[in-house]
Design a protein around this ligand. Structure first.
Ligand code: MLZ
Length: 473
């Protein structure tokens, strides 16, 4: 099985006992394995687990099991205490609840495995059976189908060798054809078509809005860099069995349906949607810590927009345009930052303290995109709270999943801070971002987890003072 190198992966266990440590609950991460059934997993539940408090414990051949109670839950991790320990916390331990060493009560009986009381307490009772029966009466446990569910929820919709269209990390205004080479935890490693072997390709989650089905660019009118045969295939709608088709992108299908509904409503109310030249605020795709003044440069089909971040000098080749869907939660009406006390990054040539939307609109003779067009109006009850810990992709170096903390919550918008790194590395992300994972996710899917930074300072491009998508560090 192909896994990224797990050497040096960070273990949360030392931090989990810190006073006040709080991990974002699994149920906050809609796309995460088991998120939809996590509310049934509660403190006080009983499970059967290897008994390590015995003579000659061997991890590979555990021959004794015992019942334990869930004392705390942090992400996928649970603090367990063996039955019989009462107030004695000396053998408490953290496990990943989704790992294969934890079982529902009754599992040992079915499998003919022995339940053996831990050494530390074996002298405490003479009738352990009676003790356990009493302790277990009325107790909750995991559903017996828990591991089948875990297993199911870990499966990717994709498979290796499928072709997709992916943002070109060196030119974010276009997509390229790429092939899936590896899948870890529903994160896809893709290799751009016709690039040399040194190119390290690109990582993104299968629900990312940076990847699309084959034929997408042609369909919506997005720029694509692909071989002529491919373009020809797309223009006649001829797919082969290795082409990823739209059924693998349910979120994008939903976006399109939402867009169609909005278009009907707008038409009924005789209102127009996004128009070329409109101004807005947008998360800078090349510097996710900053929300910037931006312009709609082009309206594509099916609700896609090409947007330019005005922080930088305009590129004559339009290579600085970036595609956001109209229903994206990463674009905002002018005034959003001010209303929410976020520092708006002004256009090139303007100062943070003095930039004013009204005069800017006048000067540039342009219209503000009206606020009813933006998704920010809906703030779902997502459950994220400041200071919660989680695991998050460093989208500027997307092979990395790192230890992180929620540093701000603004409606549905989250600011994610990478522990130990400067705030310049922070990322504004929507609460439904597929780049956010619960504590214990990396361990669950065998992905390397980057710990908090301890040594070397970060590098910034000395020429531009900023970093580039996917090519930093
Ligand atoms: N090469 C990169 C690594 C940064 C990783 C930060 N993750 C939060 C750099 O030094 O910029």
């Amino acid at each position: 099985k192909s896994c990224p190198d797990l050497a040096g992966t960070f273990e949360w266990d030392s931090m989990l006992n810190d006073l006040g440590f709080s991990a974002a609950p699994v149920s906050c991460f809609q796309h995460a394995p088991m998120a939809d059934s996590w509310d049934n997993i509660t403190v006080g539940m009983k499970v059967e687990v290897q008994n390590t408090d015995c003579d000659n414990f061997s991890e590979d051949f555990p021959d004794s099991f015992w019942v334990a109670t869930v004392l705390k839950i942090q992400g996928y991790k649970a603090l367990l205490r063996y039955e019989g320990f009462g107030q004695n916390s000396s053998k408490d331990f953290w496990v990943n609840l989704c790992s294969s060493i934890v079982h529902h009560v009754g599992w040992c009986a079915i499998r003919g495995r022995p339940l053996i009381p831990p050494k530390t307490v074996e002298h405490k009772y003479s009738d352990w059976k009676d003790f356990l029966v009493k302790r277990l009466t009325g107790a909750r446990t995991l559903p017996s189908t828990f591991y089948n569910k875990v297993h199911e929820s870990l499966k990717s919709r994709f498979r290796c060798d499928l072709n997709v269209e992916v943002v070109d990390k060196n030119r974010i205004s276009q997509v390229k054809v790429a092939t899936i080479e590896k899948i870890v935890g529903k994160r896809l490693h893709v290799r751009y078509f016709e690039t040399d072997d040194d190119d390290n390709g690109f990582w993104c989650h299968e629900d990312s809005n940076l990847i699309h089905p084959v034929g997408w660019a042609h369909r919506v009118g997005h720029q694509i860099d692909a071989p002529p045969e491919y373009l020809e295939r797309c223009s006649v709608g001829q797919w082969d069995e290795d082409d990823a088709t739209e059924n693998l992108f349910p979120l994008q299908v939903r976006q399109r349906q939402q867009f169609n509904q909005i278009a009907v409503q707008l038409a009924n109310q005789k209102q127009t949607g996004f128009v070329e030249g409109m101004k807005l605020e947008a998360i800078d795709p090349l510097n996710l810590s900053s929300i910037c003044v931006a312009t709609v440069m082009k309206v594509l089909k099916e609700g896609y927009l090409m947007i330019r971040i005005e922080t930088y000098d305009a590129d004559v080749n339009c290579s600085d345009w970036f595609c956001y869907h109209q229903t994206s939660a990463c674009i905002f009406a002018p005034g959003f930052c001010e209303a929410n006390n976020i520092t708006l990054t002004p256009p090139k040539g303007y100062e943070i303290g003095t930039f004013n939307w009204n005069s800017y609109l006048q000067e540039t003779q342009s219209l503000a995109a009206p606020s009813f067009l933006f998704k920010q109006l809906e703030a779902p009850n997502h459950g994220f709270v400041e200071d919660m810990h989680l695991e998050a992709t460093d989208i500027m170096d997307p092979r990395l999943v790192c230890v992180a903390t929620i540093s701000r919550v603004v409606g549905r918008l989250l600011r994610v801070h990478f522990d130990g790194w400067e705030v310049e590395y922070d990322q504004w992300l929507d609460c439904s971002s597929p780049d956010l994972y619960p504590v214990g996710w990396c361990q669950l899917v065998s992905h390397k987890l980057e710990g908090p930074r301890v040594i070397s300072p970060p590098k910034v491009n000395p020429h531009t003072g900023r970093t580039q998508r996917g090519v930093r560090g």
